[in-house]
Design a protein around this ligand. Structure first.
Ligand code: ATP
Ligand code: RIB
Length: 302
C-alpha cells in the first residue's frame, strides 16, 4: 500500500533525566543523545516499518542534521524525492527532556519545516494522488497542510490529520479530513471544550464530527484513546507497559491507524492495532524507535 506523508523533519536533542525540571531550575546528571524525529518523519518511518511504501514531502536545511536525517530515512526505504535540502534555513530541531517515567517536555525550532509551501505540494501532487493514505500533522505551515488535504480528498485518498502541535483550524480543513486524531490538549484547543474525563472526551469528539471530519480518535496517553464514528464509539484502554520514552507515541499511533484503515480494517480494529503499535514505541528511547509489523502482530497475538 502507498502512503504519502506531508510533514516535518527535526533532529531531536534528547536529555534523559530522573524528573522534569521546574521553571528556572537547572537539573544536572542527565544523559544526552540525538535522534531523528519530527512528526512527519516519525509517521513516515512508522508507516514504512508497518509495511507501506512511503513517500515523504518535506524540507530540511542544507546542513549536517539534514544530511544525517535523510540518510536514516533512506535506510528505511522511504521515497525522499520530495524532501528538499533548503540552503536558506536550518534543519528543524527539537529540544526534548524525558523523565524516568518516559514523560517529556519538547520545544521546537522548526527552521526549514516552515518553508514548505503549497507550491511544493503542487510539485509533489503525484506522490499524493498515487497514495491510498495521506498522513498530515501541523508542524509545517497550515496553508501547505490545507493544499495537501485538498489534493488528497480530490484523489480519494484517506486523509488523516494529527493536529499537533495544536492550532485553531479553518472549517474548510475539517471537511477535507477523514480521520482526526488529537491528544487531549489538542482536542480541547480545537473544540474549546474540557477534555479531562471520558464523558468530556466523548463530547469533544462529537464536536469534531460536527465540524465535518469523518471520525475522531482522541489520544489519552496512558489512559488509551476514545474513538467516535458513524459506526460507534468506545474508550480503548492503553496496553500496560513500562514506559521509557513516550516521545512519538502519537506518531506511532497515527501511522498505524492510517495503515490499518487504508488496508480496510474497521475503525475499532484499526484503533486496537494503533494502540499496540504505540505501546511498543513507548518502551524504547528515541522518536523513530518504532515497531515493525511483525513486532506489532506478535504483541497482538500475546
Ligand atoms: P506525542 O506528542 O508524544 O507523540 P500524543 O500526545 O500525540 O504523543 P499520546 O496520547 O501521548 O499521544 O499517546 C498516543 C497513544 O500511545 C495513546 O493513545 C496510547 O494508546 C499510547 N500510549 C501513550 N502513553 C502510553 C503509556 N505510558 N503506556 C502505554 N501506551 C501509551
Ligand atoms: O511527536 C514527536 C515529535 O515532536 C518529536 O520527534 C519532535 O521532533 C517533535 O516534533
Amino acid at each position: 500500500m502507498y502512503v504519502c506523508v506531508v510533514g516535518s523533519l527535526n533532529m531531536d536533542l534528547v536529555v534523559k533525566v530522573p524528573r522534569l525540571p521546574e521553571v528556572g531550575e537547572t537539573l544536572a546528571g542527565g544523559t544526552f543523545a540525538t535522534f531523528p524525529g519530527g512528526k512527519g518523519a516519525n509517521q513516515a518511518v512508522g508507516a514504512a516499518r508497518l509495511g507501506a511504501h512511503v513517500a515523504l514531502v518535506g524540507r530540511v536545511g542544507a546542513d549536517a542534521f539534514g544530511d544525517q536525517h535523510l540518510a536514516a530515512l533512506r535506510r528505511e526505504g522511504i521515497d525522499l524525492t520530495h524532501v528538499r535540502a533548503d540552503p536558506g534555513a536550518a534543519t528543524g530541531v527539537a529540544s526534548i527532556t524525558v523523565d524516568a517515567a518516559g514523560k517529556n517536555m519538547i520545544v521546537v525550532a522548526p527552521g526549514a519545516n516552515m518553508r514548505l509551501r503549497p507550491e511544493d505540494i503542487d510539485a509533489a501532487a503525484g506522490a499524493i494522488t498515487s497514495a491510498r493514505v495521506l498522513l498530515l500533522q501541523l508542524e509545517v505551515p497550515l496553508d501547505t497542510v490545507l493544499r495537501a488535504a485538498r489534493i488528497g480528498r480530490e484523489c480519494g485518498a484517506l486523509v488523516c490529520l494529527d493536529p499537533a502541535p495544536a492550532a485553531p483550524l479553518p472549517d474548510s480543513l475539517y471537511r477535507l479530513v477523514d480521520v482526526i486524531n488529537p491528544n487531549e490538549t489538542e482536542a480541547r484547543i480545537l473544540t474549546g471544550l474540557p477534555v479531562t474525563t471520558i464523558p468530556e472526551t466523548e463530547r469533544a469528539a462529537e464536536a469534531l464530527l460536527q465540524k465535518g471530519v469523518g471520525a475522531a480518535v482522541v489520544k489519552l496517553g496512558e489512559r488509551g484513546s476514545f474513538y467516535l464514528f458513524a459506526g460507534g464509539r468506545a474508550h480503548v484502554p492503553a496496553i500496560p507497559v513500562k514506559a521509557l520514552d513516550t516521545t512519538a507515541a502519537g506518531d506511532a499511533f497515527a501511522a498505524a491507524l492510517g495503515i490499518a484503515l487504508g488496508e480496510g480494517k474497521a475503525l475499532p480494529a484499526a484503533v486496537r492495532f494503533a494502540t499496540h503499535t504505540a505501546a511498543l514505541k513507548v518502551t524504547r528511547m528515541g522518536a523513530q524507535s518504532l515497531p515493525t509489523r511483525a513486532e506489532v502482530e506478535e504483541a497482538m497475538a500475546r
